[in-house]
Structures are given as C-alpha cells and as structure tokens.
Design a protein around this ligand. Sequence first.
Ligand SMILES: *Cc1c(COP(=O)(O)O)cnc(C)c1O
Length: 383
Amino acid sequence: MSAGFGTRAIHSAQRPDPTTGAVIPALSLSTTYKQSAAGVHTGFEYSRSGNPNRNNFEEAIADLEGGKYGLAFASGSATTASIVNALQQGAHIISVNDVYGGTYRYFTKVAVHGGIDTTFVNLDDPANIESYFKPNTKLVWLETPTNPTLRIIDIQAIADRAHAHGALLVVDNTFMSPYFQKPLSLGADIVIHSVTKYINGHSDVVMGVAVTSNEEFYQKLAFMQNSLGAVPSAFDCFLARRGLMTLEIRMQRHAENAQAVAEYLETSQYVDEVIYPGLASHPNHELAKRQQTGFGGMISFRVKGTLDNVNKILSNLEHITLAESLGGVESLVEVPAIMTHGAVSPEDRAILGITDTLIRVSIGIENKEDLIADLKQALEKAY
Ligand SMILES: *Cc1c(COP(=O)(O)O)cnc(C)c1O
C-alpha cells in the first residue's frame, strides 16, 4: 500500500522483532553472527559487512529518497571518500565551486593522490558546465542550496548535461533532506547526506549515507563500504533511524521558523542583505519553488558595520548558540569567514561573497517568537 512521507519515515523497514515482538528493532551490538554450518548464515556474518541496525536505516532512507539502495558511512566525508574511491584512477570530476569545505579539501588534497582531478565550476547558469567536460569526466558533483550563500542549482538541467557526456550526477542533499527535495526524481544518480545534520537532527551523531538506484554503482560503492570500512556504529544507526521518524514535522517547523526569521531580518535597520530561498528577493526564488517543496531552515544575512559588530551580536544572543554545524533541533549561528570557511583563501571568499559580516544561522525548531526576539535584542545592543 502506498503511503505518505511522514508515514514511511516512521514505518519503513520497521519490522517487529520476530522473537520478542519489540516494535522498535533492538540495538544489535554483536560484531559477529553464528553460522549454522560453515558459510550458512542469516545474511549477517560480520558487522563491518552488514549490521541489522545499519540495514534498517539504509532501507528507510532509500525509501524516503525514492531510491533502491542505501549505503551508510561513518560520516558525510567518509561517504564522499568512498564514492571517489569507487572511480578509477585517471577519472575527472566536475564540482560546483562553492561545495562543502570538507568535500573541496578531499577533492584537492586527497583524491588527487589517487590520480583523480576535479574542476570547480560556477553552475548558476547550467550551460556553463559544457566546456568543462573531458572524455574521462565520470562524475558531476552538486550541492544545492550551496553553503553558505544558498544559491540554487538546477538539478535537472545539470543531470541532462552530465548524462549526455556519460557522467553520473551526485547531489549532496544535506541542506534540504528528502522531505523538501528528491534529487533522484530530478535525474540525479546518487544522493548523499551528512546524516549528522537534518537526517539525525539532534546533533548527537556523526554519520553519512548515499542512496542510488544505479545497480552497477551500488555494487561498486557497497564494495568500497566494506573494503574501506568507514562504517557507522550500530548505535549511531539506531539513533539516526529514530531521528528519521520525526523528519517531516521537524523540516516543516524548521522552514516555518526560518521564513518568519528571514522576513523579520529583512525589516531590520541593521541588516544589509538576507539570503533565504523562501524570500521573493532571493535571485533563485522561482527555481527553488519549482525544484523544492519547501525552503529549509538555513538563512545567511549580511549585517551593517564590521566584524566588531558581528562579534557583539554573537555574544548578545541568548537562545541561539554560537557553533559550527547545522540541522539540529536547536538554533546555531556561525560566521563562515572565520569558522566553517576560514580555510578558504580571502580571494575565493570574495568571489563567493563570504564577507566578514556574513552570518549563517541554522534555524531550529524552538518557538519562532523567541528566535526573532533574540535576534532583535542582539542586533539592537550591537550598534
Ligand atoms: C557537514 C556536511 C558534510 C560533511 O559531513 P560530515 O558528517 O561532517 O562528515 C558534507 N556536505 C554538507 C553539505 C555538509 O553540511
């Protein structure tokens, strides 16, 4: 029977335990599994190769992304590394230019040693990608919305171009979650998440996942999952599966709160620019409406003044915590130029619009009135 997203987020792959009837699958900490005769087993042999809690999480997230297969990893970064390792030496990747910092670092400082080169391209205009394809281009790598400037890239347009050149498209869907965006339905071949963020949603698990319906790539990536061994613990899979149950209502609330906060910030005399795809003023607002079913919980805004004012704002905040990361139930704030994007060169930061007065907020699921009041008092006391 078909069912809606919220129903599947709760019930997908949740089969009551056949021996106890437990509604929630038990935490399976065993590293190994008894075989009835040599080579005759239940489907589990050794926990790196397969674990019941991991299978349970992988099956559920694959269902929510509309894909056939899910493969979980020890972090979002381990997911990226495993995908790149599934390519052959000499492969070429085209990546969106303002990709997640750790992904940029992996492409430029690690993948190159395996003979894999990456070209970083501005994909605001999808046609821009055409001149960068090479005969050995195997992968196109997208993130949308981008971080921290929240530009929206046209997934379908890039998928069509990648496929015309025989390349697969990977979309990092961390910022939207499958509740607001389903890249596989827009032509992507592989979707990845830093589960650390919205999927787990409670800032207490570091984990990653890839979902695909491409049988051949799935086989290669499953081989990498087992061979590189960057797998998540059973407990992390258990927690992430629990987090997934409330993904729908969390995302709805993140977006409702973010829209209200963004609209408030647009009225503030201390704010020069508010970047939120749900605002009519966002340059890709129409594309966001077409490609996503909501606008998510991330806002970036540029305040008047200098870094000194920014530091005052941050120290005045009472409900919103100064910390890296995003996607948890609690609101977090950070200054990309100094924190998450501090390793990006000043020249590249200037190209990407990451100024010292740009503030990024991951809007949590608190009461929106409290978040707005907190930002209001913090801004007023900082000038
Ligand atoms: C955090 C993040 C990652 C990396 O994930 P980890 O779990 O921290 O390794 C990758 N992509 C995006 C968009 C992220 O926000």
